[in-house]
Design a protein around this ligand. Structure first.
Ligand code: 5GP
Length: 119
């Protein structure tokens, strides 16, 4: 099933590219949730992390490290998130990692969990 990310890979829809190689593409999220919010995707289609071939992850990890270094986030730190399936709120059914950084990010405390609000 083709998604908007397939169109971005093919160049049919523009993106603000960060890095690309034969297998992966990194580009800025259109609706950033942090000062730096990059999406990192494989060019082959996997619906999400749960369905990815684990062998791809070795290469993808190296690419993610390159993106972080390219942005200077390897030094300052970043959060890497992948939404997987319905309960996570995944909207685009093409495996992607969100790389978030460029500021001190908040993280829920135990007190937040008591209020039964989940992020
Ligand atoms: P998900 O909720 O599936 O984990 O995240 C999908 C992400 O894709 C969202 O953060 C959304 O802002 C981003 N997104 C959706 N469509 C586009 C697009 O056309 N271009 C870019 N750059 N990001 C997109």
């Amino acid at each position: 099933m083709s998604t908007i990310f397939s169109k971005i890979i093919k160049g049919e829809i523009p993106c603000n590219k960060v890095l690309e190689d034969d297998d992966f593409l990194a580009f800025h999220d259109i609706n950033p949730r942090a000062p730096i919010h990059i999406l990192i995707i494989p060019k082959v289609e996997y619906k999400n992390f749960q369905s990815v071939d684990p062998k791809l992850m070795e290469k993808m990890t190296k690419f993610i490290h390159k993106v972080a270094a390219h942005m200077g986030l390897d030094k300052s730190g970043y959060r890497l998130v992948t939404n997987n399936g319905e309960d996570s709120g995944q909207e685009v059914m093409h495996l992607h990692f969100h790389m978030l950084g460029g500021a001190k990010l908040t993280w829920p405390h135990v007190a937040d969990a008591d209020t039964k609000k989940f992020i």
